[in-house]
Design a protein around this ligand. Structure first.
Ligand code: KIV
Length: 265
């Protein structure tokens, strides 16, 4: 019989301790959320990637808190058990008061945790939020909201010094109270190190198979992406329905057969 108890942060931490890989996908509406919930997806991220895959923008910059809140509310209506993680868009967490106000809106819309990108000046902001009861997921490595500073969607922390800094940032985020980390587009070896050294679950996207879990953008894994990075697999191939593609994703993440070597940096 399927477990129908809602997924909580304690459940996800327990999965990490037991070595059970966590399956996360992005989603933006109730119908797809319900199909993911039934397929056993552990976490749904209402990502600001919706700026690209739903709104057709060239980057995630420009998505508003109101838009994320609206889609978070839609997703929350579609799930019975899946953990709902809401993205804080660019410009919505640059100071403590603004971050708090916007995080509260996203939690009120149905999010269980909020995600924000970067380290450095974000560390005291995470500390501020978490010490006031806001559950936070950090996001390091390729941080798409900074794409214009990074000069494109590129693999990050290939050099030893950058890898060391990323590891330090991840530890600082955990110290500041973050309870989960999304790690995007880094060498697989660094993904393994970060996952081993942190207590909080590390969910990778293009960060190798040794992370505690995996996340993909839903449109990409359904074969609908316009620009498909190396770390994406098309789960519609060999599946006769979208629900079956979600189930295959969950089962491949759990078994460790996704990501394969060809999806790693
Ligand atoms: O916005 C998003 O979908 C994300 C994922 C790429 C992790 O942050």
């Amino acid at each position: 019989m399927k477990n129908t108890a809602p997924v909580t942060i304690s459940h996800l931490e327990n999965m990490k301790r037991q070595g059970e890989n966590i399956a996360m996908l992005t989603c933006y509406d109730a119908t797809f959320a319900s199909a993911m919930d039934q397929a056993g997806v552990d976490i749904i991220l209402i990502g600001d990637s919706m700026g690209m895959v739903v709104q057709g923008r060239s980057s995630t910059v420009g998505v508003s808190v109101e838009e994320i809140a609206y889609h978070t509310a839609c997703v929350a209506c579609g799930v019975d058990r899946t953990f709902v993680l809401a993205d804080m868009p660019f410009g919505s967490y640059h100071d403590e008061a603004t971050a708090m106000e916007n995080a509260v809106d996203l939690l009120a819309a149905g999010g269980v945790m909020v995600k924000l990108e970067g380290a450095g000046p974000m560390i005291p902001i995470v500390d501020y939020l978490t010490s006031r009861g806001v559950p936070v997921c950090a996001h390091l490595g390729l941080t798409p909201q900074s794409v214009n500073q990074l000069g494109g969607f590129k693999v990050q922390a290939r050099e030893e010094e950058d890898a060391r800094q990323l590891l330090e940032d991840a530890q600082a985020m955990q110290q500041a109270g973050a309870q989960m980390l999304v790690l995007e587009c880094v060498p697989a070896e660094l993904g393994r190190k970060v996952s081993e050294q942190l207590e909080m679950p590390v969910i990778g996207i293009g960060a190798g198979a040794a992370c505690d879990g995996q996340v993909l953008v839903m449109h990409d894994m359904l074969g609908l992406g316009r620009r498909v990075p190396k770390f994406v697999a098309n789960f519609m191939q060999g599946s006769d329905s979208i629900g079956a593609a979600f189930e295959k994703y969950v089962s491949d993440v759990r078994s460790g057969s996704f990501p394969a070597k060809e999806h790693e940096y």
